[in-house]
Design a protein around this ligand. Structure first.
Ligand SMILES: NC(=O)c1ccc[n+]([C@@H]2O[C@H](COP(=O)([O-])OP(=O)(O)OC[C@H]3O[C@@H](n4cnc5c(N)ncnc54)[C@H](O)[C@@H]3O)[C@@H](O)[C@H]2O)c1
Length: 255
């Protein structure tokens, strides 16, 4: 295992399980100090303990709603107080509320927008302010989705937020490049996580329609994330990286 992230401090939201957990784990295993966030306090504590038991870097849990601006500022403050600085901010918390467009309710739309867009927007803003204060650059990453590229049944609201995140990343290149802060997105296709595996047909369906013959796993997505927030990607900004086994290239619908 290399130590690419030794001496670097990161925030990862939605890190209690799934892709967020894997990203936090990989960062720590590569030497980073990580502020982990999740809305589920017990799940988060357990996740942080499990990573700390592996050795490598250290994680610290801060529970709360990643759509809340107060919580976001707390994450940044905690990174600085506990680990002295902030180098990397990764917004992974996101919610997927399926629903027919014609009956979709305002409450559902607000929840999706609040976590996926507002949370990511203000994590980028508060992290960037801290990075600018430090004066040594940084990297920010949003978790998008192939549904921000390809229309997907019952995911109008969710897909809209993910497409919005990719535009936000492009736009922020204008403001953040002069501070040597990169901002990118990773767009996973169907990925096996605790949540998606609740659908018992998920693995078979996506194995059938994904050109590479299988859905993604959390390591596939974390590998892309770690590259984009690493010093090796310091000249890559405003980009999206799709990790979908070729699905968007052919776009076979599961329906
Ligand atoms: N799994 C997939 O197939 C897939 C595909 C494309 C994109 N994504 C995106 O990847 C991200 C992670 O998805 P996943 O399936 O790994 O995880 P998930 O949806 O199971 O959620 C992971 C964690 O996020 C936490 N969370 C939910 N709302 C939160 C909030 N408001 N504040 C803080 N934490 C919160 C949950 O408690 C959970 O522990 C999401 O942004 C999702 O949209 C996932």
């Amino acid at each position: 295992m290399d130590n690419d992230f030794k001496g670097l401090v990161a925030i990862v939201t939605g890190a209690g399980k799934g892709i967020g957990f894997e990203v936090a784990k990989q960062l720590a295993l590569h030497g980073a100090s990580v502020i982990m966030n999740d809305i589920d306090k017990d799940l988060l504590q357990d996740a942080s303990d499990r990573i700390n038991a592996l050795g490598g870097g250290i994680t610290h849990p801060v529970a709360g709603d990643a759509g809340s601006i107060d919580l976001i500022q707390q994450l940044v403050d905690e990174a600085v107080q506990r680990f002295g600085k902030l180098n990397i901010a990764i917004a992974i918390a996101g919610i997927t509320l399926f629903g027919d467009f014609l009956t979709y309710e305002q409450k559902a739309l607000e929840s999706v927008m609040n976590v996926n867009l507002q949370g990511s927007f203000f994590l980028a803003q508060r992290a960037a302010r801290q990075m600018i204060k430090q004066g040594s650059g940084g990297s920010i990453l949003f978790m998008s989705s192939v549904t921000g590229h390809q229309a997907h049944k019952d995911l109008a609201a969710y897909g809209m937020t993910k497409a919005g995140l990719e535009m936000l990343a492009k736009n922020l290149v204008i403001e953040l490049s002069k501070f040597k802060i990169t901002i990118n997105t990773v767009a996973p296709g169907a990925t096996l996580t605790e949540r998606t595996l609740e659908d018992t047909d998920y693995k078979d369906t996506w194995s059938r329609i994904t050109p590479m013959g299988r859905p993604g796993n959390v390591e596939d997505v974390a590998n892309a994330v770690l590259f984009l927030v690493s010093p090796k990607a310091s000249h890559i900004t405003g980009q999206h990286l799709i990790v979908d086994g070729g699905w968007t290239a052919v776009s076979v619908s599961p329906y």
